[in-house]
Design a protein around this ligand. Structure first.
Ligand SMILES: NC(=O)C1=CN([C@@H]2O[C@H](COP(=O)(O)OP(=O)(O)OC[C@H]3O[C@@H](n4cnc5c(N)ncnc54)[C@H](OP(=O)(O)O)[C@@H]3O)[C@@H](O)[C@H]2O)C=CC1
Ligand SMILES: CCCCCCCCCCCCCCCC(=O)[C@@H](N)CO
Length: 344
């Protein structure tokens, strides 16, 4: 049930109609005063974004700040955090808005993560939406990737999403409201050459999200898993430096997205409480194709899956065929140049 509520500025002047999302009261308050919805809440969405100092996470923070949210940025590098805070503050829509920075490694120590999130909530009030966006990637052939990279990626990308979520979930259930977003990847929907260390960490988020969603739905807490395609960010630039040729060629199948666009889609889906969030036509097909036993948010979504699954599988098989031939071609090319080297 969506109710439109009115937000007024402190001088009583009507500010703007905003949509109060009824049973799932995540909304953005553009005005400086509290909202007038029947639940009597103070209606200022508090957003925590891990990985909020760069790339997609930063753009999610900006997108929400522009809509009146209070933001807590969580990442390790303090300078980057402070710089991003300044950048975000340019987009303020009222003079009460706050951007808080927390420097912590989300993957190291659960107690520490719990403590800093507690401190943030003491300052700003309980969190309404947690976006788990901290993450990193390592690409390469399976045998070339350091063993400790497998451990590190699992720690950052998976446990780094478990810890903050585990730290806020009890309060969300008590308040009977909240959103948890996991930023997976298209590489969390299908396994591709070069992603043997990265993909499993992103697949893991899907399992976590499905199980958690079933637990918290009766408490009006909604979980979203986002599956972005390649996106133009500092992290992506870093990854591209050491990407195998095969991975590059396969990835070129779909174009690189802008972080702002990806962030807009994720924020919209999270506010609506959609379990699945994808960008672009490849993203749409992949999400239908891999819908498995994940929850649906509307009948239309379920119907689309039923109707399109078969045809998308056929399209998918063609994609897989072309990926296999890229890999084979690269192998032959490499063998050719190796044997040429030997005969020289
Ligand atoms: N860009 C892309 O092509 C895609 C990215 N994704 C996913 O989206 C997310 C964001 O990616 P992107 O914007 O490219 O990444 P960036 O590398 O640009 O930003 C990563 C952010 O995470 C923070 N971070 C990294 N490790 C930790 C840690 N251990 N503890 C706390 N914070 C940490 C970084 O800050 P600091 O280093 O200071 O800690 C930074 O703020 C990742 O999970 C990524 O896997 C998914 C699909 C595509
Ligand atoms: C029937 C539909 C078939 C669709 C095929 C889609 C092809 C996908 C190609 C590339 C995906 C790679 C994404 C990884 C992004 C990522 O997570 C890293 N860049 C992180 O830095």
């Amino acid at each position: 049930m969506n109710a439109v509520i009115q937000v007024r500025s402190s001088d009583g002047r009507k500010w703007k109609d905003v949509t109060c999302v009824g049973l799932s009261p995540i909304r953005f308050d553009k005005g400086p005063s509290s909202c007038e919805c029947s639940s009597g809440c103070s209606c200022r969405t508090r957003l925590h974004v891990t990985g909020g100092s760069s790339g997609i996470g930063k753009c999610i923070a900006i997108e929400c700040y522009k809509q009146g949210a209070f933001i807590t940025l969580i990442a390790r590098d303090e300078n980057k955090l402070l710089q991003t805070k300044k950048e975000i503050e340019k987009y303020s829509v009222n003079d009460k808005q706050v951007v808080l920075c927390i420097s912590v490694d989300v993957s190291k120590d659960y107690e520490q993560v719990e403590n800093v999130l507690k401190q943030a909530q003491e300052k700003l009030g309980p969190v309404d939406m947690l976006v788990n966006c901290a993450g990193t990637s390592v690409t390469g052939k399976f045998e070339d990737i350091e063993v400790n990279s497998f451990e590190r990626l699992m720690a950052v990308n998976y446990l780094g999403s478990v810890y903050p979520s585990r730290a806020v979930i009890a309060t969300m259930k008590e308040r009977r409201m909240g959103r948890i977003v996991f930023v997976s990847s298209q590489a969390g929907q299908l396994g591709l050459f070069g992603y043997t260390a990265y993909s499993p960490t992103k697949f893991a988020l899907r399992g976590l999200a499905e199980a958690l969603q079933m637990e918290v739905k009766p408490y009006n807490v909604y979980v979203t898993v986002a599956y972005p395609p390649d996106t133009d960010t500092p992290g992506f630039a870093e990854e591209s430096k050491t990407k195998p040729l095969e991975t590059k060629l396969i990835s070129e199948t779909s174009s690189v997205c802008q972080a702002e666009q990806v962030a807009r889609v994720i924020v919209k889906d999270a506010i609506q409480g959609n379990f699945n969030s994808s960008v672009g036509s490849d993203g749409y097909m992949l999400s239908i194709l891999t819908s498995g036993m994940s929850p649906v948010t509307s009948i239309t979504e379920g119907l689309q899956q039923v109707v399109c699954m078969g045809i998308f599988r056929i399209i998918g098989l063609f994609y897989l065929g072309s990926f296999d031939s890229i890999v084979r071609r690269c192998m032959m090319q490499r063998e050719k140049s190796e044997s040429a080297d030997k005969t020289e």
